[in-house]
Design a binder for this molecule. Structure first.
Ligand code: ADP
Ligand code: ADP
Length: 219
């Protein structure tokens, strides 16, 4: 599902964020990407969803060689990946329903289909019935669930998350990671960047370790 081969990434101003990084995540797998702050975790996720491009090396995602992806295919490619952020990035002046519906509207889905898919996504994250509320009326854990529903509303094959429990206490973090595990049990490939050792220790998932831009291990 994901393969990085000898990937280097140098940002403008000369910072080498990644140096010869290679690893694979198989279809159906759940893996943690970990390492100290600045190790390059976010950079790896940005390469996978094509928010950044490598300076050298190859990135393959869901059968696509990203260097060869035609610009007109980009919107379709983005729908194959659900992305969850630490700070959930919800629109606070829009309802829960509208936040989850947004990716569908952007994709041109209309009418009853929108309602059906939004309510199904909210149901999967345990928020059915909360669709008319606004994000700021929800707890931090619930807001993160709305972010996950929005990421999953296209039923993507791959879910990537950048420090999804960074703003949550231990119990809520467990709930969120367990939710990712449930999606994984239903076939969604999951890659979670985190330095939350507690979560890594709690689950049987693969661990890919980075240190200062280098691979440490991918056991
Ligand atoms: P992590 O997610 O593990 O904390 P990042 O991928 O965010 O690591 O950062 C890796 C390195 O790249 C850091 O030194 C960071 O300062 C640098 N970096 C990240 N994004 C940019 C950018 N847009 N421009 C310049 N340097 C960046
Ligand atoms: P079905 O096709 O009957 O829904 P699946 O085995 O595909 O059965 O999915 C089981 C559960 O997981 C269902 O609730 C389904 O909606 C959900 N699910 C499966 N894949 C995804 C995905 N990529 N994104 C969101 N939910 C998914």
């Amino acid at each position: 599902m994901i393969e990085l081969k000898h990937v280097f990434k140098r940002y403008p101003l000369g910072i080498e964020a990644l140096s010869d990084v290679s690893f694979r995540v198989a279809r159906g797998e759940m893996a943690f990407l970990t390492g100290p702050s600045g190790a390059g975790k976010s950079t790896v996720l940005k390469l996978i969803c094509l928010l950044e491009r490598p300076t050298r090396g190859q990135v393959m995602v869901n059968g696509h060689d990203l260097a060869r992806l035609k610009p007109y295919r980009l919107p379709h490619f983005r729908r194959e990946i659900g992305v969850v952020f630490q700070d959930n990035r919800l629109l606070n002046e829009r309802t829960v329903f509208d936040n989850v519906a947004l990716p569908l509207l952007v994709a041109g889905v209309t009418g009853d289909e929108v309602r059906k898919r939004v309510l199904a996504a909210l149901d999967k994250v345990g928020l059915r019935g909360r669709e008319r509320g606004f994000p700021l009326a929800l707890s931090g854990g619930e807001q993160q669930r709305v972010g996950i529903a929005r990421a999953l509303v296209h039923r993507p094959a791959l879910l990537i998350a950048d420090e999804p429990t960074g703003n949550l206490d231990a119990a809520l973090s467990d709930d969120i990671i367990d939710l990712f595990q449930e999606f994984n049990d239903h076939g969604v490939t999951v890659l979670i960047a985190t330095h939350d050792l507690r979560q890594i220790g709690r689950l049987q998932a693969r661990v890919i370790r980075l240190g200062e831009g280098h691979m440490v291990s991918a056991a």
